[in-house]
Ligand binder design. Structure first.
Ligand code: HSE
Length: 444
């Protein structure tokens, strides 16, 4: 039987999870793959620390270089997180001819192209299944399962923290800050939650999915991102009355027709790549993805609509994805073909990320207005002048006082046009607070 030796760098949530999973299912994996998998080293920061998953003393070392430099090790699992040391580990491992496995989406988002180029140059492979969707094998779906499709749409609930918070806000009628505090207490949100709630984590993941789906590397700076801090209980409740649920969606849409760069730059396929809170119709399956679960809805031109659901975070879900990468690495070594599933393959046509100003969407708008005759006319005049159509107007009963909520549902309009119109509306004396604007997705 072929022997494949591997090392793990880091023994926190990811490293500990991989250790636990390999202790449990290593022999099963070996027999399924026809490869004997042996863990030779685990690099830890502090040997004396007590860990929930104890690292056998015989495997422990304290310097990551000891794993990377060990000539017996074929595969390195990078589980330190962050981008600085992680990048050094990845680059040195690839340069030493080792296959690398990581769960580190921030690293791939920031340095993906450079890492892929290095993997190719050194004739090794680089795997990152756990970087998106945790235990959902979504990278494999894009690279293998749907390889015969052009991917026209991806809608992903890819951040468990945001989904957990939005779900509880809806089910329990709570405000963002209340749920965030409780989520932190229960361990569903980090003490420093901004990477999750401001959208960065979802942006990194959405960028990776977009890049794989469309074959050009999406620069994270081109991805328009909005988090969930500004979502209020009131918006969630109004959305519910209108038949919608608010979800943070990563959206990747290939556009057939556009007045934007797709037209101006011949041969370039314009793709919307964005992350923002979205009103999802309750009849759509993504509206029922609750709590910390992730789900990715993907439309291929051959297969049609598909859905992938599961735990997007946590030790065991991540470990499951890392083991799948370890299996691929083992098969590369067994077959001697390191190019079997390259980490990233540019497609035949080039793509370009559509500027957010040109992204067209429907909108839910909540205004806080003075309740007197003529208010709606003033607002409608500005929207009309901007050629923005209103599909419905609701002034919910039961609100009294200096200002009352006014909900507008808007037909398709560009981001730029909506921004301009709302800025103008916001300046009207009858408007008492900054307007709230949330996109509505129709999944067409
Ligand atoms: N913090 C992420 C989430 C998991 O809440 O989904 C790791 O990507």
């Amino acid at each position: 039987m072929q022997e494949v030796n591997f090392g793990i760098i880091g023994s926190g949530t990811v490293g500990g999870g991989v250790l636990k999973a390999i202790q449990r299912n290593g022999p099963l994996m070996s027999s399924r793959l026809g490869v004997r998998l042996t863990l030779l080293k685990v690099a830890v920061k502090n040997k004396a620390k007590t860990r929930p998953v104890p690292v056998p003393a015989s495997l422990m070392c304290t310097r990551w270089e000891e794993v990377v430099r060990d000539p017996r090790i074929h595969v390195v699992i990078e589980a330190v997180g962050g981008t600085k040391t992680a990048k050094a580990i990845v680059m040195k491992s690839l340069a030493s001819g080792k296959v690398v496995v990581t769960a580190n989406k921030a690293l791939i988002s920031a340095h993906g192209e450079e890492i892929f180029e290095a993997a190719q140059r050194y004739g090794v492979n680089f795997y990152y299944e756990a970087a998106v969707g945790g235990g959902i094998p979504i990278i494999k779906v894009l690279r293998e399962g749907l390889v015969g499709n052009r991917i026209n749409r991806i809608y992903g609930i890819v951040n468990g923290t945001c989904n957990y918070i939005l779900t509880r806000m809806k089910l329990e009628g709570l405000e963002f800050d209340e749920v965030l505090k409780d989520a932190q207490r229960l361990g569903y949100a980090e003490a420093e939650p901004s990477l999750d709630v401001d959208g960065d984590d979802a942006m990194h993941k959405t960028g990776i999915l977009a890049s794989l789906a469309h074959g050009f590397w999406v620069n994270p700076k081109q991805i328009h991102m909005e988090g969930i801090r500004a979502i209020s209980r009131m918006d969630i409740q109004f959305a519910e009355r209108l038949g919608y649920t608010i979800k943070l969606l990563g959206i990747v849409k290939k556009l057939e027709k556009t007045s934007g760069p797709g037209r101006r730059r011949k041969g370039f396929v314009p793709v919307q790549v964005s992350v923002f809170p979205t009103l999802v119709p309750n009849s759509h399956v993504l509206a029922s993805v609750n709590h910390e679960f992730n789900a990715i809805f993907m439309r291929g031109d051959v297969v049609g609509d598909t859905l992938y659901y599961g735990r997007g975070a946590g030790q065991d879900a991540t470990a499951s994805a890392v083991l799948s990468d370890l299996a691929d690495a083992a098969l590369d070594l067994k077959t001697g073909n390191m190019n079997r599933i390259p980490p990233f393959v540019p497609h035949e046509g080039e793509g370009t990320v559509l500027d957010i100003d040109e992204v067209v969407s429907r909108y839910y708008v909540r205004l806080s207005v003075v309740d007197r005759p003529g208010t709606l006319a003033k607002i409608a005049t500005i929207l009309g002048r901007s050629k923005i159509g209103i599909s419905s107007v609701i002034q919910p009963e039961g609100h009294e006082g200096e200002s009352v909520p006014l909900i507008l549902m808007i037909h398709d309009a560009s981001h730029a046009a909506m921004n301009r119109a709302l800025t103008e509306i916001g300046r009207l004396p009858v408007i008492k607070a900054a307007p709230t604007m949330i996109r509505v997705e129709t999944f067409d």
